[in-house]
Every structure is written in structure tokens, then in C-alpha cells.
Design a protein around this ligand. Structure first.
Ligand code: C2E
Ligand code: MG
Ligand code: MG
Length: 736
């Protein structure tokens, strides 16, 4: 709807009037001759024009008139041209129009000298209404002149009032457009209506009809009724208001009563809004038209504010849990940083959420997330800001500098997590890992704090699940280093700068080499070879271990084949396989491919899997290892003794060999506990029908003790360090 059309519509309405009928017309007589004043007043005494009386003021110079005009608006000025100066009157006209910006007041110029007339140009420029000689001061003449002038004044004022009303409507609508929440919007409407009609704000109330019902709710009210915001209109306790508003709502349009009005503001998208106004007097036609127009404009704004509200909810909240989202988190952090008080950022990540989702379905997964959100809210309470910041992680902003208090809450959280979370009939064991960063110690931007809490979280996960870590600069340096490694590793595979070294594995009873373990090395630059501890963890994190592991397997099997041909020895090839590789859905088919391509005897290939990893994600990996063994490939449990597997867990594991961790071998001849432990492992292994190998054998004493304990095989610097393939070939030749 265009503003101009509305303007025309309103101006066309003849009944529209901007004034109360009782007010007199104010007329200012400006003349330096006292007689002119007297004659004019006398001639017009008791006259009323267009139904209203006349009220005169007198000024005897342009200067005096100027002073009076500053404090009062007049409908008409009867103005002498020649006063203090030849053109004092004309100069005043210019001032009225320009300085006082009064374009409505009608001006009738009068001059003593007949025949004197101002220039046509001046008459037009200053919108002079009429020009009369003082000789024409008869009653008849004056009434005719004034009637014409006042009628013209009335029209101008009506248009002005309409214009003013329209301007207010447009201003109101556009300023309301910017108000984003419905409640604020309603308050805005209230203020605007009161200003437009100059009614008492206490008598205005903004109501919403709840969708699909007849229930009326107070959206906004001022004065004593403000307290009813959000409650039903009935509760305000004025049955007449309820009835009137209900009628307007039922009729779906605005209604005007003798002392009140109800505006019905309807928009296509939003529910209706009704504005009750106690007007005291009946509203005149103009006010009604303005209000109707206002309602139409406001409906558009109401629509927008609903839209804004929805957008606001969508933009700042997580749909599933109803918690804040990441955008809000950034906002919250920025605000707190600006305020400057200490706070902590805690990133809480659900461990193995994927397993819940995969195992029990997305519905249960969703509800688990909701339950987790509720649990965090329960433990951390109202002063903590909680946002869901990724699929299975939450970020908390905890105010205060008391780290002890924060730790107490974290401990309470872990305590609470010991109990399962109930979702329907499912008892879900929930475990979380947490990373913490402090403001201002660990960053002065939202991004840095969030990122550093994330780094601490990663560290927590690395150390052990269900634990927390506070950010430390060291983590960051580690991470940077890892990232750099990951980048370079990508090229290492392509450029064939990875090497394999082989460490002989010995039959303790005979001292003969029965196999080797393939150990990866990286020729990072011209210098020395890097050990696996410098790049395997990064390769695991980045997933590159899958490709790297495949290369190792290929290379090792080819090498094994080369040796069997050249040395005619059935050498066992042990290859380390990490968890991440086993989890890869293509692992078994990859393995099958390598077996076929290299035509290695599968029983001479042995995969080394670490014990601690085996415990982590039990059943699925057991299945993978079973498939591996069905191919005829052997499995050995590396670093045995460092995990916490019970005998019953061990029995479930499909395996052929136990590899006792180096840590126990080191202490073997020095620490009694280690001696006992190694003895136990050897016996247990044999009970389970497994072969047992000791790794990290460095001394003759260790070898001797292992023989005594009945350990089958050994590997270590005592026999040989990891060496290049040519050295292995030489060794095999030497052994004959
Ligand atoms: P691991 O499988 O337990 O390998 C044994 C480690 O002990 C090797 O270290 C080996 O050089 C070292 N070692 C052998 N004998 C002795 C000894 O007498 N004394 C001492 N102090 N150390 C000895 P390395 O080569 O640095 O490998 C470290 C770990 O990296 C391996 O532990 C293995 O878990 C991993 N790794 C190596 N190559 C690969 C690979 O191709 N794939 C995967 N996934 N992991 C690998
Ligand atoms: Mg190994
Ligand atoms: Mg080991």
C-alpha cells in the first residue's frame, strides 16, 4: 500500500476535521494605527465564522507581532504593510513562512494607500491570501475576507493533520518493523497509539487471542495493568473490556464505542492482536480512519515480528535440546569478555555417542542427547550458560574464578554419570570427556577460548575417556606439531619416503630366528629415520593410518616373499595393526587383496593388536579378528599386561600369541612383582593354548630368566635391533 493513496483517501473525506468545534478562531491584527484595531474588532464583534467564534490579538509593530507569533499559532493575520519601515509587513510575511515555518496561517495584507499593491511574485511566494485597502474595513467586507481565509486555513490544517497522522502511522509501522519480539512489538503499538490519539496510556491494553481458542492473553499494558502481562484478559477483572475485545475478535474488525475503541490487527501469518483503548469521548472520523490505517500497517509489522521471533529461536537455539546453539555461545562469550569477569569454558563430549545412535537408533540417540542436556543443566544449575555445539558435544560457560568450585562441579558430574541415563526402557551408560579453558588465562577471544577448551578435550580423550583436562600451552604446541606432521605425512606416502625395518624374533630354546616384526620408519628429510612414535599417533588421528597401514602390509608381505624365495626359510612376518585400521570397514577385504597379490602363506602373517585397544570396543573387533583368522592369518596381542583384560575377556579374544610388554621384561630380574607377573602371563598363555613372546629383551640375564619361566620366544636388542631387509637376509644366511 502506498502512502500517497492513503493520503488522497483521507483528504477526500469532507467530514474529516482536525479541531474541536468549540475552539474560537484566533486572529492577529498587526497595525501601527490604534484606530484600525478598534474598527476591526468592532466590525466583527459577535460574528462567528464556519460555526466558530473569533478571538483577536493585537500587535502594533512587526517586532511585537514577531514576539507574539513565537508563542501562539493563529488562523489568520490581518497585516499592515507599512509600519516601522516601508515594507516591515512584507518582511514579517517572509519570516512567518520561513522562520516560523507556518505555512497554514492565512495572511491578509492591508495598506493605507489605495493603489499600492505588492508584487505578484511576492503574493505567490509567501502565499498571501488576500490584499485589501484599509478603506474596505466594512463589516461586510471583513466577514467575506475572513470567511474565505479561515475556510482555506481549515482545509490546510486538515490536510496537515492527516499528513501528520500518516507520518505517525508510517513512522510507527517502520519503527515497529524493527522491533523483533512480539511482546516488545505490542508495547511499541501501545506507545504509538497513545501518542497518536493523545489518550491516557493507562487505558490501553494489548491482547492476543490464542490460536484456535477464544482465550485472550494480555500482551502488553501500561500503568498498573502492566503486571497482567502474559495472563488472561479476564484476570484484569473488567468484564466490559473482555466483552468488547471478544466482540471485536469475533467480528474480526475494529469496533468503535462511545468511550472506547478496539482495534483488530490481523495478519495472514500471525494470530490476531487486539488493542483496547479507553478514549473517553467518541473518536472523530479522522481518528478512526487513522486508526484503521494504523492497524493495517501494524499487521505487517506484527507478521514480521513473529517471523523475527521464529528466526531468533531458530538462529540462537538448538532445536533438539532447546539449549542455546553455537551462534549464541559466541555471543555469550563476546559479552562476557567485554564485561571482563573471570569465567571458564567447558566443552563436554559424549564418549561413543555413535555407538548409541547406531545400536539403538536415532530416536533413542536424540533422546539420549536431550537427557544429557538435562543432566548438565541439573549438575551445573542456573548460573551456567549451556549450548549444544556439535552433534554430541555441549559447551558450558561457568561464571566465576573459583577453580576449586568448578572442579567440584565436574566431579559431581562424573559422579552423576556413574548412574545410567534412562531413555524409555533403555538404561544407557553415559560417559563424557571434558576440556576446560579459563578466561582470561587461556585466551581473550571467544574463538580462542572455545578452541583451547576443545584442545584440552582432545587431550582428555587421549589420556582416558570419561576424564577432564584443563588447557595447557603444551597441548597447543603438541597439536601444532601433529598438524604439521599430518600435512607432511600426506606426501610421505606418495613420495615413498616411508621405510620398514625388521626386528628378528627368536625361538628362546634354539636361538634361531623364526620371524620378524615390521616396524615403520620415516625418512622425513635427508637426516635420520623417524621412529613411529613421532608419526603413528598423528596418522591415527587424521585417519592416514589406514593408507599407511595398507602400505606397510603390502611392503612387509612382499619382503616376506622375497626372503622365502632367496633364503628358502618360512619366516613369520609380524605387522602392527592399529585400532583405527581394524575399524575400517574395508580392512578384511584389503587384507584378502594383499594376501592374494603377494601370495604369502597366510599362516606366516601375524597381525599385532594392542591389548588396551582390544578392550575398548569389544564385540565388533572380535568379529573382525575372527574373520582375519578365518583367512588363516594369525593374531597376536601386543603390549600384553598393560591393559586390564580379565581372564574371561581374554578367552573371548581370537588370538594365537601373547606378547609380554617390554615394561615387565625390563624389571624381570630386578623387581619381584615383574618376575611374578611374567611367570603368570606365561602360564596363563599356555593354559589358553597360546604361544608367548617377550619383547624388549636386552640382557643375557633376562633371556636366561625367560627360558626358566618357559617363555617361548623373544625379541629385543640382545638379539638385534630393527634392521634393514638386507641385514635380515644376511642373518638368515648366517643361521643357515
Ligand atoms: P611395538 O609394536 O610394541 O614395537 C616394539 C617397539 O620396541 C619398537 O619400537 C622396537 O624398536 C622397540 N624395541 C625392540 N626391542 C627393544 C629393546 O630391546 N629395548 C627397547 N628399549 N626397545 C626395543 P618402535 O619401532 O619405535 O615402534 C614403536 C611402536 O610403534 C610399536 O610398538 C608399534 O606399536 C608402533 N608401530 C611401529 N610400526 C608400526 C606400523 O607399521 N603400524 C602401526 N599401526 N604401528 C606401528
Ligand atoms: Mg608390535
Ligand atoms: Mg609392543
Amino acid at each position: 500500500m502506498s502512502g500517497d493513496d492513503d493520503l488522497l483517501k483521507l483528504v477526500d473525506e469532507p467530514a474529516a476535521t482536525a479541531f474541536a468545534a468549540s475552539e474560537p478562531w484566533r486572529v492577529l491584527i498587526v497595525d501601527d494605527e490604534e484606530q484600525v484595531h478598534q474598527v476591526t474588532r468592532l466590525a466583527l464583534q459577535g460574528t462567528s465564522i464556519l460555526g466558530r467564534a473569533l478571538q483577536f490579538d493585537s500587535a502594533y509593530s512587526a517586532a511585537e507581532a514577531r514576539a507574539m507569533l513565537a508563542g501562539q499559532r493563529y488562523a489568520c493575520i490581518l497585516l499592515d504593510v507599512v509600519m516601522e519601515s516601508e515594507d516591515a509587513g512584507l518582511a514579517l510575511v517572509g519570516e512567518i513562512r520561513e522562520r516560523f515555518a507556518d505555512s497554514a496561517v492565512r495572511i491578509v495584507l492591508r495598506t493605507g494607500q489605495p493603489g499600492y499593491a505588492p508584487e505578484l511574485e511576492v503574493i505567490q511566494k509567501y502565499d498571501i491570501n488576500d490584499y485589501r485597502s484599509k478603506a474596505e474595513l466594512t463589516s461586510q467586507r471583513l466577514v467575506t475576507t475572513l470567511t474565505a481565509a479561515l475556510r482555506s486555513y481549515q482545509q490546510i490544517r486538515t490536510i496537515e493533520a492527516n499528513r501528520e497522522g500518516l507520518r505517525m502511522i508510517l513512522d510507527a509501522a517502520s519503527s515497529l518493523m524493527a522491533v523483533k519480539a512480539v511482546r516488545n512489538f505490542a508495547e511499541g503499538v501501545l506507545t504509538q497509539v497513545c501518542a497518536m490519539l493523545q489518550v491516557d496510556p493507562g487505558g490501553v491494553i494489548c491482547v492476543r487471542r490464542r490460536a484456535g481458542t477464544r482465550e485472550l492473553l494480555v500482551l502488553a499494558a501500561s500503568g498498573p495493568r502492566a503486571a497482567f502481562q502474559g495472563q488472561t484478559l479476564e484476570s484484569v477483572g473488567d468484564a466490559a473490556i473482555v466483552e468488547r475485545v471478544q466482540q471485536a475478535a469475533d467480528a474480526g474488525r475494529s469496533r468503535f464505542g462511545p468511550d472506547h475503541a478496539v482495534l483488530c490487527i490481523r495478519s495472514p501469518r500471525a494470530e490476531e492482536m487486539l488493542v483496547y483503548l479507553a478514549t473517553g469521548d467518541p473518536l472523530n472520523e479522522l481518528d478512526r480512519s487513522l486508526l484503521e490505517l494504523f492497524s493495517i500497517n501494524v499487521a505487517i509489522g506484527l507478521d514480521n515480528s513473529h517471523l523475527f521471533e521464529e528466526l531468533e529461536v531458530m538462529a540462537f537455539h538448538d532445536r533438539l535440546t532447546g539449549l542455546w546453539n553455537r551462534v549464541s555461545l559466541e555471543r555469550e562469550l563476546a559479552t562476557r569478555i567485554r564485561k571482563g569477569g573471570a569465567f571458564s569454558v567447558v566443552v563436554a563430549d559424549i564418549d561413543n555417542f555413535q555407538a548409541v545412535n547406531d545400536g539403538l537408533g536415532h530416536d533413542i540417540g536424540d533422546r539420549t542427547l536431550k537427557a544429557s542436556a538435562a543432566l548438565l543443566a541439573e549438575v551445573f544449575g542456573l548460573d551456567t550458560f549451556i549450548a549444544r555445539t556439535s552433534a554430541d558435544s555441549f559447551t558450558l560457560v561457568v561464571p566465576g574464578s573459583d577453580r576449586g568450585a568448578l572442579e567440584a562441579r565436574l566431579r559431581a558430574l562424573f559422579k552423576r554419570l556413574e548412574r545410567n541415563v534412562r531413555v524409555d526402557e533403555h538404561e544407557i551408560p553415559l560417559s563424557m570427556s571434558l576440556g576446560v579453558s579459563y578466561f582470561p588465562d587461556h585466551g581473550d577471544t571467544a574463538a580462542a577460548l572455545f578452541q583451547n577448551a576443545g584442545i584440552a578435550l582432545k587431550q582428555a580423550k587421549r589420556v582416558s575417556r570419561a576424564s577432564w583436562q584443563v588447557f595447557d600451552d603444551r597441548f597447543e604446541r603438541d597439536l601444532q606439531h601433529r598438524l604439521q606432521t599430518v600435512r607432511e605425512l600426506r606426501y610421505a606416502l606418495e613420495r615413498r619416503s616411508l621405510r620398514l625395518r625388521y626386528q628378528p624374533q627368536i625361538v628362546l630354546a634354539t636361538g634361531r630366528t623364526y620371524g620378524v616384526e615390521a616396524l615403520a620408519r620415516w625418512q622425513r628429510d635427508e637426516g635420520a629415520l623417524l621412529g613411529p612414535d613421532r608419526f603413528i599417533p598423528a596418522a591415527e588421528d587424521s585417519g592416514q593410518i589406514v593408507a599407511l597401514g595398507e602400505w606397510v602390509l603390502h611392503e612387509a608381505c612382499h619382503q616376506q616373499q622375497a626372503w622365502s624365495r632367496s633364503c628358502r626359510r618360512a619366516l613369520t612376518m609380524a605387522v602392527n595393526v592399529s585400532m583405527r585400521q581394524l575399524k575400517d570397514p574395508d580392512f578384511v577385504s584389503m587384507l584378502r587383496g594383499v594376501l592374494k597379490e603377494t601370495s604369502i602363506d597366510p599362516s606366516l602373517l601375524e597381525l599385532e593388536v594392542t591389548e588396551s585397544l582390544m578392550m575398548d570396543d569389544g564385540s565388533r573387533l572380535v568379529g573382525v579378528l575372527q574373520e582375519v583368522r578365518q583367512l588363516g592369518v594369525r593374531v597376536s596381542i601386543d603390549d600384553f599386561g598393560t591393559g586390564y583384560s580379565s581372564l574371561s575377556q581374554l578367552q573371548r579374544l581370537p588370538m594365537d600369541r601373547l606378547k609380554i610388554d617390554r615394561a615387565f621384561i625390563t624389571g624381570l630380574t630386578q623387581r619381584r612383582e615383574d618376575d611374578v607377573l611374567v611367570a603368570m602371563i606365561v602360564n596363563m598363555g599356555h593354559l589358553l593354548g597360546l604361544r608367548v613372546i617377550a619383547e624388549g629383551v636386552e640382557t643375557e640375564a633376562q633371556r636366561g630368566r625367560l627360558v626358566e619361566l618357559g617363555c617361548d620366544e623373544a625379541q629385543g636388542f640382545l638379539f638385534a635391533p630393527p634392521i634393514p631387509p638386507e641385514a635380515i637376509a644376511e642373518r638368515l644366511v648366517r643361521e643357515g
